[in-house]
Design a protein around this ligand. Sequence first.
Ligand SMILES: [Zn+2]
Length: 154
Amino acid sequence: MKTNEIFGIKGPEKECTDQKCPFHGNINVKKKSFVGTVVQAKMHNSAVIEWTRKVPIPKYERYTKKKTRITVHNPECIHAKEGDIVKVFATRPLSKTVHHVIVENQGKEKHYEERKEALEEGRTRSERTEKKKETEEEVEETESKESESKVKEE
Ligand SMILES: [Zn+2]
């Protein structure tokens, strides 16, 4: 199935030989779409995208933010990179975890790098505190050994 348009979205100018490409391959898409940010694009022809959704908390009559992450097919001709905002459509299962395909790359998310750095900084900070705890435990062990040796000397 070769097509230039999917639900009004024009395909990329570049053609590809990817069989799982919605424009140049042989898969059909369902009219069910999501827009998310690519958070990981290291896998071959696959990417992980993420978007936030609002979840109501009835008790407080407010909303909380939750993240949804899915693995999607990243066609050769679109080749979305980390930080790109992409539109995905549901399709038949392409592998165990992939049921969606990227159809449109809407460009880089503003402030994505800053957001990522902030997240990583938080992660390293928690790692540091864990390491600190470990060293504290080691100190305690050496102290107990010293007291033992003192007992032997006596
Ligand atoms: Zn293609």
